[in-house]
Design a protein around this ligand. Structure first.
Ligand code: ARG
Length: 478
């Protein structure tokens, strides 16, 4: 198994305080600096992209006649063998070789000799690393999109099933008006659909190829950058070599989209935590997504949503780290940019983990329909409906608001909902109120009345859920 150089271990080891090393200041400083500046510990995760980039570069060099076909074949074979070595865990990574690029190149030369030394013709680690990150991020985005689509599919299916389920809708976390649970799920759907689209859009700016920019100025070899781009499935080569090696805006943009996505997941998480509490008791989270308490036997904690809610913090932190890393950097490449990888990788890992958890958990949620309905009966959720009823009978809305306010006062004082009052009682507040008011005051009547595009009426929700399901089917197909 490859062993990695760990800076903390190094600093804490005898090597540093060892007198024989201490006397040889230059030696020990060099060893420290090598460790301090190395990135192989974390950038080795891009080995597949690094090898793919090198193979494409070699094939392009052969095509334009800079590399012989024999050397090109040796390089391609050699790199494929190295990839297999890495995947079998046999590759020995060395911190002296600093990063993934030099580790692989050195191994290639050790295996195939001089041909290996020709691979770096017309290339620099500056355009190489920028290409690797873009390839890595492109792959990551595709995986993330798959997981978002899976979560969206679960939400759309559940929304269709829960189109008639009534729950209280909240503003200020106070009962506002009844809504359908399917409608609430579709609000989540819309939030995440925008995140999906944001990632699709960010991917366009990731999918541009730096190779050929070399160190910063381009190269004197007659490279065919369009050909390399085509081999690597990039939409186009980057237009300016200085920009190509230096900017990491694509990583910042991705992380910003990820931070928004995490913000949305945290809002869903918060509602799941509330809803699974004894006070709300709207949903049951399957046991496999919860843990118990070591001291309180009754506890079933919603750990998965809580953790997702908490993880938004690190992604927000990574966004600030990347923005700060880029700020004020003069053109072109600077070593600062080596610091782009850890925040980026952790963002990918974090978001992927959270999406996976939610995509598995959401379809397994068990809504407690009776509890939701009971909760909607409290808090005078149909007060607006009574006001609208009076408006339909010719009362100006402001007056209707006042009248209903008085009726609610009576409800509060006598501990009853509007629907629980007699007709005579209601008529005290307005003679225009008639027997048909009870249809309006029912929760079913209230939600059914909100029959506007984007509204909570069950038939609208069914329509919207069908559109949502079709949208998911379409993106999964393409
Ligand atoms: N490990 C470096 C990075 O991640 C690779 C590029 C190094 N280039 C250089 N000129 N030192 O940015």
């Amino acid at each position: 198994m490859a062993s990695f150089f760990n800076l903390t271990e190094y600093l804490m080891s005898d090597t540093q305080t060892n007198k024989t090393w201490g006397g040889r200041f230059t030696e020990s400083t060099d060893a420290f600096v090598a460790a301090f500046t190395a990135s192989v510990d974390f950038d080795r995760r891009m080995y597949r992209q690094d090898i793919a980039g090198s193979i494409a570069h070699a094939r392009m060099l052969a095509r334009v006649g800079v590399l012989s076909p024999q050397d090109c074949e040796a390089i391609v074979q050699g790199l494929e063998t190295i990839r297999a070595e890495i995947e079998r865990g046999e590759f020995v990574w060395s911190v002296e070789l600093e990063d993934v690029h030099m580790n692989i190149e050195a191994r290639l030369t050790a295996r195939i000799g001089d041909a290996g030394k020709r691979l770096h013709t017309g290339r620099s680690r500056n355009d190489q690393v920028a290409t690797d990150i873009r390839l890595y991020l492109r792959d990551a985005i595709d995986i993330l999109l798959g997981e978002i689509a899976r979560l969206l599919g679960g939400l759309a299916t559940m929304a269709a099933r829960e189109a008639d389920t009534i729950m209280p809708g909240f503003t200020h976390l106070q009962v506002a008006q009844p809504v359908t649970f399917g409608h609430h799920l579709l609000a989540w759907f819309e939030m995440l659909k925008r995140d999906y689209e944001r990632l699709v859009d960010a991917r366009k700016r990731v999918n541009v190829m730096p190779l050929g920019a070399a160190a910063l100025a381009g190269t004197s070899y007659p490279l065919d950058r369009h050909y390399t781009a085509q081999l690597l499935d990039f939409a186009a080569p980057c237009a300016n070599s200085l920009d190509a090696v230096s900017d990491r805006d694509f990583a910042i943009e991705f992380t910003a989209a990820a931070a928004l996505l995490m913000t949305h997941l945290s809002r869903m998480a918060e509602e799941l935590v509330l809803w699974s509490s004894a006070q709300f008791d709207f949903v049951d989270l399957p046991d496999r997504f919860c843990t118990g308490s070591s001291i309180m036997p009754q506890k079933k904690n919603p750990d998965v949503p809580e953790l997702v809610r908490g993880k938004v913090g690190r992604v927000n932190g990574h966004l600030i780290a990347l923005l700060t890393l880029m700020k004020s950097q003069p053109l072109a490449y600077n070593k600062d940019n080596q610091e782009d990888k850890e925040p980026l990788f952790d963002t990918v890992d974090t978001v992927l983990g959270c999406l996976r958890a939610f995509a598995d958990m959401i379809p397994a949620l068990r809504p407690k329909r009776d509890r939701m309905l009971q909760a909607a009966r409290r808090g005078f959720a149909t007060a607006t409906d009574l006001a609208d009823y009076l408006v339909r009978k010719g009362v100006p809305f402001r007056d209707a608001h006042e009248i209903v306010g008085k009726a609610v006062r009576l409800g509060v004082d006598s501990g009853r909902d509007l629907a629980e009052m007699s007709l005579a009682e209601l008529q005290q507040f307005s003679a225009l109120i008639e027997e048909d008011v009870f249809l309006v005051l029912s929760l079913e009547g209230s939600v059914a009345a909100r029959d506007v595009l984007g509204g909570t009426a069950p038939n609208r929700v069914r329509e919207a859920a069908a559109l949502a399901q079709a949208w998911v089917a379409e993106v999964v197909r393409s």
